[in-house]
Ligand binder design. Structure first.
Ligand code: G3I
Length: 319
């Protein structure tokens, strides 16, 4: 069976993939992406980010994001919005601006409410805040934190809630998928926000993993349960499992096992609502351009052929 069909049969809302606009000129790619029995959900990998949507202050550009939203809607696929506030891929007017706290508050409010409002009623969940923490659990000192302290989190979440009351609001990060200082910091943030009645519905576990070094199913599962116990849902939002190239049958077999481990953890937690891979083919993965000599992180190879990892995902869903 196809992966989204399996996910839904097992109680998940979706199995999905990120995609990006340049890839949509490849008709063979689009044909596979558009199969909603395989991918029930789409995340735009770049085109909803701040540099794409508000490159100049107050001037919004929707071309790339609309293309992906329209494709997903035509295909009957759920959407995750990615993202409102992130330190990376900011236009320079934001990243190098010098703002008072009042100015930056209204800049965040305008950006998040315009972005979320543009897609009102069309998005299942938004990564309202992306990657607020350093790996040691301290706050990332970007323009938002440096100007507003932790207040920027609630400013963004409140703006998003007002703009689309039906959308689930998430904070999304990496290296919070397993117990440790960074996950503990995120749990503390969830507690603080919940205690202050700030709108927050979910935590996104990015899950950019390494073949042979994936956290155990039990540690992934207990970490998800720790978030769920605080009153939020969780989702695996950017899954990929990279290896040092070249691929070998041994590495591909280990990758299959590793995909099964991750899917099994989400499968075991009812409030883990869905799984998104960070694109589906090695042809369009972000990994090789960021980690020299590494890649092959996705369940389909560069020629769109299914790898053992595909079966590993199906096994994780219990098939
Ligand atoms: O848009 C420019 C284009 O004009 C220029 O010609 C080209 C030349 O390199 O670069 C293009 O920008 C690239 C952009 O993707 C759009 O394709 C950037 O160089 C490149 O760095 C950027 O990479 C993206 C990365 O985020 C940036 O941090 C990846 O595609 C995207 O998959 C990745 O996604 C992130 C999530 O948002 C957050 N979590 C981690 C994840 C992986 O890094």
């Amino acid at each position: 069976a196809k992966l989204n069909t399996l996910a839904k049969a097992k109680g998940k809302l979706y199995f999905g993939s990120a995609t990006d606009n340049p890839e949509l000129t490849n008709t063979a790619y689009v044909a596979i992406l558009s199969d909603s029995t395989t991918f029930g959900q789409i995340t735009p990998g770049n085109s909803m980010k701040w540099d794409a949507t508000e490159p100049t202050q107050g001037q919004f550009s929707w071309t790339g994001a609309d293309q992906i939203v329209n494709l997903a809607t035509t295909n009957g696929q759920v959407l995750r919005g990615h993202n409102c506030v992130w330190h990376n891929q900011l236009p320079s007017w934001v990243s190098s601006g010098s703002f008072t706290s009042a100015q930056l508050t209204s800049i965040i409010q305008n950006h998040c409410s315009t972005l979320v409002g543009h897609y009102k009623g069309q998005i299942y969940s938004w990564d309202v805040v992306n990657e607020p923490f350093n790996d040691d659990g301290t706050w990332r000192t970007d323009v938002f934190y440096n100007t507003l302290g932790t207040d920027y989190i609630q400013i963004a979440l409140n703006a998003a809630r007002s703009a689309d009351p039906a959308a689930k609001l998430y904070i999304n990060d990496y290296n919070i998928e397993y117990p440790g200082a960074k996950s503990t910091a995120m749990q503390s943030l969830v507690k603080t926000l919940k205690a202050a009645s700030v709108p927050l519905d979910g935590i996104g576990l990015q899950s950019h993993f390494i073949v042979g070094s994936v956290p155990s199913t039990s540690s992934l599962e207990s970490n998800m349960n720790a978030f769920v116990a605080l009153g939020v849902e969780v989702a695996i939002t950017e899954l990929d499992i990279r290896m040092t190239l070249p691929t070998t049958p041994t590495l591909l077999a280990q990758q299959k096992t590793d995909y099964t481990s991750v899917i099994s953890a989400c499968q075991a937690v009812d409030q883990c609502v869905g799984i998104t891979i960070w694109d589906w083919t090695d042809k369009y993965s972000w990994v090789p351009s960021t980690f020299s000599g590494q890649g092959a992180a996705l369940p389909w190879d560069e020629n769109f052929q299914k790898k053992p990892a595909y079966d590993g995902i199906a096994i994780g869903f219990g098939n």
